[in-house]
Design a protein around this ligand. Structure first.
Ligand SMILES: Nc1ncnc2c1ncn2[C@@H]1O[C@H](COP(=O)(O)OP(=O)(O)OP(=O)(O)O)[C@@H](O)[C@H]1O
Ligand SMILES: [Mg+2]
Length: 218
């Protein structure tokens, strides 16, 4: 279940972050950004499926009108050259239990320290009229070390908080690091991904042979 959606500098959302419970009522004036915010999970999905992230914005998806005709429209009041979005979700109990194999012995004994949530964040940048992926991170975190609220932080820009696990990390150099989540001392694999693409949809399931990255989206 999605537990939080964040957007910074995205369209009319200068800084928005909403926590979702099983029942959440979103109230706001016309044009305040409700539809923009609730469209973010679908935006992630479209970015995963598109051959380049820019196509998810500039081309029609699922018969809906394109999200923009120029990338500047995606940035809050057209100011600046980046925007970021993030999602958090609760991990199903069974998967959460399977992840305990990677925890320290003390954390294993305290279910509050088990990785109960996933956080996925992307910063898009507009460079030379192109939309590229600037930063992409995937973390696991426990219920007693939730991200700080109200600050719109991209956690990949900072040192990893204690008790978190970084699965996918990608900075401006376009080298992505991937660290499998079910092995305690797993080494980080460095892999290059074009800045027009997200790295996450290219990750194979760990159970597949040579699990690191798919060669293509096919
Ligand atoms: N880059 C941008 N900077 C600032 N505002 C923008 C930008 N792009 C779109 N907008 C504005 O965002 C608003 C659209 O917000 P949205 O449709 O999400 O609101 P809503 O809360 O769903 O409204 P409604 O109650 O009418 O459904 C429009 O007023 C539009 O002009
Ligand atoms: Mg609306």
């Amino acid at each position: 279940m999605i537990t939080r959606i964040e957007a910074t500098n995205y369209r009319c959302l200068e800084k928005a972050d909403i926590d979702f419970e099983e029942f959440t009522l979103l109230v706001g004036a016309n044009g305040s950004g409700k539809t923009t915010l609730l469209g973010i999970p679908e935006l992630f999905s479209d970015c995963f499926k598109s051959p380049s992230v820019s196509q998810a914005f500039i081309l029609s998806q699922n018969d809906a009108p394109p999200r923009c005709s120029a990338f500047e429209e995606l940035v809050f009041h057209g100011q600046g050259n980046y925007f970021s979005i993030a999602l958090e979700a609760k991990i199903p109990q069974k998967i959460m239990e399977s992840l305990t194999s990677s925890l320290s012995e003390t954390a294993k004994k305290n279910s509050e320290e088990w990785w109960q949530f996933i956080r996925y964040e992307i910063r898009f940048e507009i460079v030379d009229n192109k939309l590229i992926v600037g930063t992409e991170n995937l973390f696991l975190f426990p219920s007693n070390k939730k991200p700080e609220r109200g600050i719109g932080r991209i956690y990949g820009d900072y040192a990893l908080p204690k008790g978190w696990r970084s699965i996918l990390m990608r900075g401006s150099n376009n080298v992505s690091g991937l660290r499998v989540e079910t092995t305690k001392n797993a080494k980080t694999k460095n892999l290059e991904v074009a800045n027009s693409l997200l790295a996450l949809p290219k990750v194979k399931f760990e159970s597949q042979p040579s699990w690191a990255f798919r060669q293509s989206y096919a």
